[in-house]
Design a protein. Structure first.
Length: 203
């Protein structure tokens, strides 16, 4: 009974959610596209000709937005799940944390990249602190990868959860980047502990 009640609440929430409705109108695969749109409106990151790596990309709404806005660029999307094709993007199916997958990404980039972005999160347990710590580990892994891949003025964007590892991640960001900001988009649900860390300019 309890599970039905929870899923019913979720369905009602989805119905009321303007971003879910808007994503259908705009042709995005998920409401998360609007988080990246807000990040871009604030930080002016995307333009034509960029090379972008999207980690934890499925179902692909971040990649869809980048494809739309960054003409003549190069987009590599990585996820455990198989995704529907998105424009000319290169899709790699696999576990980003595995060395072989990271090598395959590197093999497909001829030079330094402009943006590494990650909306990765673990399958949530519902125990907020554990989810925060595990997602934090993914963020750190993506950040370490990004610092080897990014051009000097490149951007690293990642989901982080308020909680256990938050301060540690911000401190790590400051170790590698000159500019580190934390931003919570309006399209992030109010009851969600997620924010995004936006890092720029490698040290």
């Amino acid at each position: 009974m309890k599970k039905n009640k929870i899923s019913k609440n979720w369905v009602n929430k989805q119905r009321r959610d303007i971003y879910v409705r808007q994503s259908k109108v705009d042709g995005f695969r998920a409401r998360s596209a609007y988080k990246l749109i807000e990040i871009n409106e604030k930080f002016k990151i995307f333009k034509g000709g960029l090379t972008v790596i999207d980690i934890g990309a499925a179902p692909g709404s971040w990649s869809q937005y980048v494809e739309k806005i960054s003409k003549n660029g190069k987009l590599i999307s990585i996820d455990l799940k198989k995704m529907e094709p998105i424009g000319n993007s290169l899709q790699i199916q696999g576990d980003f944390t595995e060395e072989s997958v990271q090598q395959e990404i590197k093999k497909n980039t001829d030079s330094k990249v402009d943006v590494v972005m990650s909306d990765m999160a673990v399958n949530t347990t519902g125990i907020k602190n554990i989810d925060s710590i595990q997602t934090g580990e993914l963020c750190k892994e993506a950040m370490i990868f990004a610092k080897d891949m990014l051009s000097e003025n490149g951007y690293f964007i990642s989901k982080i959860f308020m909680g256990g590892t938050f301060n540690e991640i911000v401190a790590e960001g400051k170790k590698y980047f000159k500019e580190v900001k934390v931003f919570k988009p309006k399209s992030s649900r109010k009851d969600s502990k997620e924010s995004f860390i936006i890092c720029r300019k490698l040290r």
